[in-house]
Write a protein that binds this ligand. Sequence first.
Ligand code: PLP
Length: 364
Amino acid sequence: MIKIPEYVQSLKAYKPGNLMDLSDLKVEVKEWIKLGSNENALGPSPKAIEAIKEASGIVHEYPDPGAGGLIELIAEKYNKKSDQIICGNGSNALIQHIVNAFSDVNDEILTASGTFVGILVNTWKLGRKLNLVPLKDYTYDLDTIAEKINPKTKIVYLSNPNNPTGTMFSKEQLEAFIPKVPKDVLIIFDEAYYSFCEELDRYPNGMDYDLPNMIVLRTFSKSHGLAGLRIGFAVGPEDLITTLYKVKFPFEPNILAQAAATAAIKDDEFVKEVVEINKISLKMMMEKFDELGIKYVDPTANFIMILLDSEDLAAEFAKECMQYGIIVRHVNSFGVPNGVRINSATVGQTEYVIDMFEKVYKGI
Ligand SMILES: Cc1ncc(COP(=O)(O)O)c(C=O)c1O
């Protein structure tokens, strides 16, 4: 009999939601409106699509293991050295590599109780322990997190803005927190949604902090629309990045992902449009929620979390939206039992979904 470590036995395999047949819905819809995974409403950057087509002829080759061309562009854009950057199969894979490289079985990873599931799964998967601090007003409680750091803590994970709440802590709050973290505790600063809030004065840009114990994560999955290709990058001190190269897969990210990201990173126009549409869509949603008296948390990313009166109502709201061809995410597994996360859409889609949200809300 094969012996499976207990921490692996207790995991649950990722199970995507079961999509109903469109013909079984209450209304006639041609395709699903997917607002449940914080994907890009506008699709991929057109420049990336061109680059993918071009690179498709060389997929018989292994990719550049160091993603050199892309890393040079990232270094130039953020004024960093190439040796401070590593690319991986999305920030989710990079989180796994970081937990793997900088902690041991039974070490503790400290974070908030209502945050990105990727850190939870990557911690459990590697047999590390989680230490979770409740959110305060749906935001990271940095003071309590600092108090909870103990000799077993090896990593503190911060997602800013946070998923699923959409809240952001400020530059001032981050700068008060940093000195409280011992230098032998690593901070993962996950900025998956930075494009949607970087214009805000209070936004603490991770790229501005060159700390010996902080790694910043960015992804091409959100504002660049490349979620399906799985590509992201980490920026940090050279010694930590050198260590990460020891645990990453030699040929991640794949050749199409590298080509697409190399084009997308130059496509500022596209990102600008994405950010603009996001603002419009979320504003339309907020106006509708205000009209209906639905509570929500002020968004700073590309999604909004609404709060129903109970976990059951949140589950029912999400389930009932499907009857109208709309997929939203009940975020109980993210630590907010009565929350439903809805990402921004195109203006046309938003006009439709807000009408349907009204129907669903009044019917549950
Ligand atoms: C905070 C946060 N980090 C990372 C990710 C995953 O990014 P990637 O697609 O690069 O793995 C997500 C995806 O939803 C996220 O919300």
